[in-house]
Design a protein. Structure first.
Length: 205
């Protein structure tokens, strides 16, 4: 799973020159993608506005109205409130503070291979069972194979193929099935992983 901040900041103070717009990041921690949301396949975009002061500190951190889940908004606000930039000297071209807007995008791992479904279909239960031995059963839902399956459902299928409501319902069904999948794979290690997926998900792969 990943979160993204665009590679540039939108400076919205009209009196600032192009030179002053080049803010240099100092300490800019990533927002924490709430695990319950990433597991559930909930993604979203958040726009955060804030003021950067000449000493590198930030203030007036606010989220623009939008449709993003409240926990994604909160995670963004918490992170940006901790941001710091390199300080600058105040001149006629460099004001004491700059108003900035930054868009943040919370996504599951979108860097999965184009044919991730083919790799998932080749995965044996023996490989899954071996990986599951290394972690506690309550963490099985976060194993890479299940992250990949959630990401495939999220990024590799169009909304016409898989509407949002159905996508979230299938991910919830997958998560609920994880303990059964792992235990059945332990018993049938020569079988393919996909054999034990919920039928609706297996058909989409």
């Amino acid at each position: 799973m990943r979160w993204f901040v665009w590679a540039f900041l939108f400076v919205v103070s009209s009196s600032v020159s192009a030179e002053a717009m080049l803010l240099i990041p100092g300490d800019n921690p990533k927002p924490k993608y709430p695990k319950t949301l990433s597991r559930a396949g909930i993604t979203g975009d958040v726009r955060i506005s804030f003021t950067v002061h000449a000493n590198g500190s930030v203030s007036n951190v606010m989220a623009a109205p939008g449709k993003a889940h409240a926990e994604l908004v909160d995670a963004s606000l918490v992170a940006v409130n901790r941001w710091r930039f390199k300080s600058w000297g105040i001149t006629s071209d460099r004001p004491p503070e700059i108003e900035v807007v930054v868009p943040m995008s919370f996504r599951l791992d979108s860097d999965i291979p184009i044919h991730a479904n083919e790799e998932l279909k080749q995965l044996t239960c023996g490989e899954l069972a071996k990986a599951a031995l290394q972690i506690e059963d309550y963490s099985w839902v976060d194993m890479p194979v299940f992250n990949w399956t959630r990401s495939y459902l999220t990024h590799s299928l169009s909304p016409t193929q898989l509407p949002e409501e159905k996508r979230l319902a299938l991910i919830a069904k997958l998560n609920k099935s994880v303990p059964s999948i792992v235990r059945r794979c332990n018993t049938h290690q020569a079988t393919r992983y996909v054999h034990f997926l919920p039928e609706e998900i297996r058909e989409l792969l």
